[in-house]
Design a protein around this ligand. Structure first.
Ligand SMILES: Nc1ncnc2c1ncn2[C@@H]1O[C@H](COP(=O)(O)OP(=O)(O)OP(=O)(O)O)[C@@H](O)[C@H]1O
Ligand SMILES: [Mg+2]
Length: 238
């Protein structure tokens, strides 16, 4: 089962938010999913509605030892990623430390290029979050330095926090659609309910079931499924 890595060249764009919802969306479609938080900030759990004090077990323990939320197993990868042995295993082609019967969604901090570059060769897909902001778009050359972003065959882009009332956001969507075509696999609107849900220690689905982002996040999971040759394993409402 594939490793999906979530990493963007700039921070604060919604990578962790998308990693959580990609994991939840795939689990809702019947897949066995583990979400691993490789960030020191330990924020992935918040998007599952868990409080900051919640302990998340480190990866590498007994199978199924993670915290289970809405069908997703949640693990922390931060401490393991600091271990040189882990990076040594990743440096061997074909050798993966991840269970091969589950989809693994990895949330990686923008600054952590070591873990991103170590995981990338094992990944079926790299999901790169962009925001309709100059600093985010200007960093497109940094997605994989030395390779133009449009030539990256295992990278798909998501525009997050789009807002059609803002000219720059509308223009960014047009620009990215022209640049990436089908490699722009989703656009997610900005909705303050995302932050309100976090502040209430609730998932967005529970806090704001009418949020505009929920169907867009489902569409993202479906697009990733298609990109990775996966198909839903549960009967879903039409
Ligand atoms: N679509 C959205 N609508 C509204 N707020 C959003 C949306 N996506 C993300 N946010 C908010 O933006 C902030 C940053 O999101 P997130 O932590 O996922 O970004 P990140 O790229 O992982 O940041 P970091 O670099 O700190 O890891 C959070 O407060 C989150 O709630
Ligand atoms: Mg993050």
């Amino acid at each position: 089962m594939p490793l999906l890595i979530c990493h963007a060249p700039t921070g604060g764009v919604g990578t962790t938010f998308l990693a959580a919802h990609l994991a939840l969306g795939l689990a809702a479609r019947g897949h066995d999913v583990t979400a691993i938080d490789f960030c020191h900030a330990d924020a992935l759990k918040l998007f599952f509605g868990l409080p900051p004090a919640q302990e998340v077990p480190a990866m590498g323990g007994a199978p199924g030892a993670g915290v289970i939320v809405d069908g997703v197993e949640l693990l922390s990868g931060w401490s393991v990623a600091q271990n040189p042995n882990f990076l040594r295993v990743l440096s061997r082609p074909g050798e993966s430390p991840f269970a091969d019967d589950r989809i693994v969604v990895a949330d990686i901090s923008s600054a952590d290029l070591l873990i991103k570059n170590s995981l990338l060769p094992h990944a079926a897909l790299h999901l790169c979050t962009l925001m309709p902001r100059p600093a985010s778009l200007a960093a497109l050359t940094k997605v994989q330095p030395g390779t133009p972003a449009i030539e990256l065959d295992r990278t798909a882009f998501v525009l997050n926090q789009a807002d059609d009332t803002l000219k720059l956001s509308r223009h960014s969507q047009i620009f990215l659609r022209e640049l990436f075509g089908d490699n722009l696999i989703a656009t997610i609107r900005r909705d303050e309910a995302v932050n309100e849900a976090l502040a209430s220690f609730k998932s967005i689905a529970k806090h704001a079931p009418q949020s505009v982002v929920l169907p867009e996040l489902t569409a993202l999971a479906i697009a990733v499924e298609a990109r990775c040759g996966l198909s839903a394993t549960v009967e879903l409402p039409q």
